[in-house]
Design a protein around this ligand. Structure first.
Ligand SMILES: C[S@@+](CC[C@H](N)C(=O)[O-])C[C@H]1O[C@@H](n2cnc3c(N)ncnc32)[C@H](O)[C@@H]1O
Length: 295
C-alpha cells in the first residue's frame, strides 16, 4: 500500500484551492454564491459523493464534474446538495394575506371577461409554496370558474420529484392552520398527501433562472413569487433575474419576494405598493433606465 491510512483520510480534506474551484463552478451553474465560510459545508455535503465514486480526493471529484462523460448528472446532484431548499406551507403569512385579500381581487376586477390567471413560483423547492398558492385560490369562490395555471420551477430535479409526489412530514406544516391540513390533505401513516384538487392546478418544471434559452418558453404571468431564492445570488445576478421577471410579468403584474429581500439597488422598474398586510412590488409599465451610478 503506497500510503498509510491517515494519509488517505487526509486526502479527503478540502483544500482552499479546490474549495474555490467548487465555489466558482456553483456560481457559474446556478448563480449561488458560496462565501469563505461555506468551505466546511461544501466538504461535508460532498464527502458522500466523493466516496460513492471512490475518488481519493475532492480534486479528482472536481475534475470528474468538469470533464467526465457523465458529468451533467453528477453536476445536478452537486447543485442540489449545495443549495438551500428550506420551505414550508403558508410561509410569510402577512404577504399571503395581501395576495389573497388584495392582489387577487385587484387582478379579478381588471380582467373583465378574461378569466385566466397565471402564477409562477420561481424556486419552488419541494412544492409547499405553489401548493399554498393553489389552496388560497381554491378558497376564493370568485375564482371557481377561472382557468388557473401555477407554474412551479426549480433548478433541482430532486426537490421537483418530491414536489410532484406531494407527501409531507409534520415540519412542513409548522405555520399551517390545521383547517387546511384537514381539508386538503390525506393522512398516510406519519405523513400527509396533498389532494388532487389542489395538485391539478400546479405544473412542476425543471428550470434554471439563469438559463435564457429555456426561459424563452415562459409566457407572461400575473404574479411571480420568487421568495428566498435571490438572497443567495450576488448583485449582478439579482439584477439579471429581476430584469428577466420584468419581461415575464404582464403589465402591472406583481412580484413577491421573501421578507428579507428588496429591490433597493437592484431595479427601479417596479413600484413598491403598500398594501394593508404587507408591501409588494408591482411592475411599472414604463421601465425607467437606471444609470449605473444610481444602481
Ligand atoms: C430556500 S428555497 C425557497 C423555497 C420557497 N420559494 C420558499 O420561500 O419557501 C430556494 C430554492 O431556490 C432554488 N434555486 C436556487 N438557485 C436557482 C436557480 N438558479 N434557478 C432555479 N432555482 C434555483 C433552490 O434549488 C431551492 O429549492
Amino acid at each position: 500500500m503506497p500510503y498509510p491510512t491517515m494519509t488517505q483520510n487526509k486526502s479527503l480534506e478540502l483544500s482552499d484551492d479546490i474549495f474555490h474551484l467548487f465555489r466558482d463552478l456553483m456560481y457559474e451553474q446556478s448563480g449561488i454564491v458560496l462565501d469563505e465560510r461555506a468551505k466546511y459545508f461544501v466538504e461535508n455535503r460532498l464527502l458522500h459523493s466523493v466516496q460513492r465514486l471512490q475518488f481519493d480526493s475532492y480534486r479528482d471529484y472536481y475534475f470528474y464534474l468538469k470533464y467526465d462523460r457523465k458529468k451533467d448528472e453528477e453536476l445536478a446532484s452537486v447543485i442540489d446538495l449545495l443549495s438551500i431548499h428550506e420551505t414550508y406551507f403558508f410561509r410569510e403569512e402577512q404577504q399571503l394575506k395581501s395576495f389573497s385579500e388584495e392582489i387577487l381581487p385587484e387582478i379579478a376586477s381588471k380582467k373583465n371577461q378574461n378569466k385566466s390567471l397565471r402564477i409562477w413560483s420561481a424556486g419552488c423547492s419541494t412544492g409547499e409554496e405553489p401548493y399554498t398558492i393553489s389552496m388560497l385560490l381554491h378558497e376564493k369562490a370568485e375564482f371557481r370558474d377561472w382557468t388557473i395555471e401555477i407554474f412551479a420551477t426549480d433548478i433541482s430535479q430532486r426537490v421537483l420529484q418530491s414536489a410532484r409526489r406531494g407527501i409531507y412530514q409534520p415540519t412542513a406544516f409548522r405555520s399551517t392552520d390545521p383547517r387546511y391540513v384537514a381539508k386538503y390533505f390525506k393522512k398516510e401513516e406519519n405523513a400527509h398527501r396533498i389532494s388532487d384538487e389542489i395538485k391539478k392546478n400546479v405544473v412542476f418544471l425543471h428550470l434554471n433562472l439563469l438559463d435564457s434559452s429555456k426561459l424563452a418558453f415562459i409566457n407572461p404571468m400575473d404574479v411571480i413569487f420568487c421568495r428566498n431564492v435571490i438572497i443567495y445570488f450576488d448583485l449582478p445576478t439579482k439584477r439579471k433575474v429581476v430584469e428577466m421577471f420584468h419581461h415575464k410579468l404582464k403589465d402591472q403584474g406583481f412580484l413577491l419576494l421573501g421578507h428579507s429581500e428588496s429591490l433597493i439597488n437592484i431595479s427601479a422598474a417596479y413600484a413598491l405598493r403598500h398594501l394593508k398586510h404587507d408591501m409588494v412590488y408591482q411592475k411599472l409599465n414604463q421601465s425607467p433606465v437606471l444609470a449605473d451610478a444610481e444602481r
